[in-house]
Design a protein around this ligand. Sequence first.
Ligand code: ADE
Ligand code: ZN
Length: 324
Amino acid sequence: MKDFIAGLPKCELHLHIEGTLEPELKFELARRNGLRLPYAGVEQMRAAYTFDSLPSFLRIYYEGMRVLRTEPDFYDLAMAYLRKAAEQNVRYAEIFFDPQAHTSRGVPFDLVIRGLRRALMEAEARLGVRAQLIMCFLRDFQAEYAMATLLESLPYREWIAGVGLDSDERGNPPVKFAAVFERARQEGYLLTMHCDVDQDDAVEHIRQAVEDIGVNRIDHGVNILEDQRLVEVVLERGMGLTCCPISNGYVTDSMKAEGIRKLMDLGVRVTINSDDPAYFGAYVGENLEALQGALQLTGDELARLERDAFEIAWLPRHVKDAYL
Ligand code: ADE
Ligand code: ZN
């Protein structure tokens, strides 16, 4: 089964580029930028990755990305991920980036997106991995800052497939960003939002994302199982959920494998992804292996997960068809 999973052509739809920053590259970037890290080395840094909730993970995630300063830093970050993706037979990826995590530190938007874009173009030509960017707003910042970021993105509209919403969910419901997402839709962006597993008001956040905002996809969203009516809406619309089993195991008490199984059985388009692989120690292949081990998935079922991922990808029909 390990070989079958390794050989499966994959589509990754839930991956934060800043969450792919491995300790080795963190040290390299710190050296290049003349920064001192408070760890003796890579092992000590990894040992400090002690999180058991979304907020405790996010503290370490934001601290870690402070070494990213220049256009080549963002290029190197994305290139390292895309090389890893190619090794795991990922054929297509939609990659989140968090511009406000950088602009709020004084790093210009232009430099962030140019570095990422340059890596994506090069990976497509040299590695055969196609990828697109999804710009996420940080929900724990004010809606006005998200709107300003949306406007700042417009000159780069052709480089961004859609927008998302991530970071700390507590007290930051989807409707806080209703005007931002409405404007994004008018600009032609596709829409997704994190509804992280087992967070406060998880089901109400999913309801708002689906009914009040009208998202095209939901990131995580396993708690939808608690509301049969919402499951029916998602089925009717053919909407997809981007689930991340190993991430779930870090920020909650379990991978939520049974919930993922239930969603598959109901016919929901569920996909398996890695979220923040450098922090959770697992890329998409390891996530598929873990889920397969927990649920005894067959080869057909694994292939269906990847088919559904290509099906809900933000690609024109004829491009998708070439992967299916
Ligand atoms: N930012 C990076 N990873 C995230 C996650 N899993 N949930 C919310 N925000 C994030
Ligand atoms: Zn995520």
